[in-house]
Design a protein around this ligand. Structure first.
Ligand SMILES: C[S@@+](CC[C@H](N)C(=O)[O-])C[C@H]1O[C@@H](n2cnc3c(N)ncnc32)[C@H](O)[C@@H]1O
Length: 327
């Protein structure tokens, strides 16, 4: 774990949302008004996307080349990655990131690996020599080190919900295998068949037990069948009501003493709270449920869903992990 990690817990209260996310503040109202003008919003999306690709390529992420490569390999896997019985909740069809079709399109799926590496680089943006793979590794190591103290024994069955293209799913598998959980079976679950098709390409040697196409709040998987469930960067993409439903489903899926770990943006992080308004405007233009995320008292929602031994760990200076146990 990064040495700046701050284990604190048990958690009793969450901080108020950052001022820029709260539409009731003057700044929040201004941002909301700007985003309500459609041509301005579109321009901001375009700007955000250009900026993201330019920065990524400068830092050694071959954004466009990798997109074409993944597309070619993933397209034939779409049917195998689709469960026709899966019901897509209406909130999921919102515009996400710079994509009109949100997570349900090839462009999003084939750019997610690159965007994920960009997120990791941004955590240590002052370290110009850090390469994308090393940044990703450091970010994930911090997350899994935060989870470790809550694991009471060998972990056998793991579900990574909102697994996307499997960057975290594979990193978690590596980490568990290297930390004494040699007999582990990790599965991923996501609502986007395109993301899952890319995940299968990235998991070429078939290390992941199953890539499930389904909703995290209604997985259809058997009760009490997992020792560990992770939601890595999922909650900020969910309306509050969906997050609560996901927590309830996770409680159903976990065995007694099973562990749920939620990692996402840290509402207590100084770098998040003091984000410059221009950057905050761009971020809000690409994340439809960010305000919901920051408004929800996640530790309290975990307790309401029946979880105990809730711990908060700042895994780096932008992200926190909430780790909780199902009694
Ligand atoms: C930011 S990405 C997650 C990144 C990934 N877990 C990682 O660690 O790099 C969020 C993912 O959650 C998925 N998602 C959003 N809502 C979902 C839901 N209700 N059920 C399952 N997956 C969902 C999206 O399709 C997207 O792939």
């Amino acid at each position: 774990m990064n040495t700046s990690a701050i284990p604190t817990g048990p958690v009793i209260a969450s901080p108020p949302p950052p001022p820029w996310v709260d539409a009731r503040t003057p700044l929040g109202r201004l941002i909301a008004a700007v985003l309500a003008v459609e041509p301005v919003r579109q321009l901001l999306f375009l700007q955000a996307r250009r900026m993201m690709i330019r920065t990524a390529e400068t830092r050694g992420i071959p954004w466009r080349r990798r997109r074409e490569q993944l597309l070619q390999q993933a397209e034939p896997l779409l049917v195998a990655s689709t469960n026709p019985a899966t019901v897509i909740p209406p909130y999921y069809r919102a515009r996400f990131h710079a994509y009109e079709e949100g997570n349900l399109c090839w462009q999003a799926a084939c750019e997610t690996e690159q965007a994920t590496d960009s997120v990791a680089l941004r955590v240590w943006k002052e370290e110009k020599q850090l390469n994308p793979a090393a940044a990703q590794q450091r970010m994930r190591d911090g997350i899994y080190a935060a989870i470790e103290p809550s694991l009471s024994g060998p972990v056998r069955d793991v579900l990574d919900i909102g697994c996307s293209v499997g960057v975290g799913t594979l990193a978690l598998t590596d980490w568990l295998e290297q930390h004494g959980h040699s007999d582990v079976h990790v599965s991923g679950l996501d609502l986007s068949p395109q993301m899952l098709a890319v995940a299968r390409v990235r998991d070429a040697s078939g290390r992941i037990r199953a890539w499930h196409h389904g909703a995290a709040e209604a997985t259809g998987l058997p009760a009490a069948s997992f020792d560990l469930i992770t939601a890595q960067f999922l909650c900020h993409e969910l309306p509050g009501v969906a997050t609560r439903a996901v927590l309830k489903e996770a409680a159903r899926l976990l065995r007694p003493q099973g562990v749920l770990a939620l990692v996402d943006q840290d509402p207590e992080a100084e770098v998040i709270r003091s984000m410059p308004p221009a950057l905050a405007t761009l971020l809000k233009a690409t994340e439809p449920y960010l305000e919901d995320y920051f408004r929800l008292d996640l530790p309290a929602a975990l307790a309401e869903a029946g979880f105990t031994a809730i711990r908060r760990v700042a895994s780096d200076h932008r992200h926190r992990v909430l780790v909780a146990t199902r009694p």
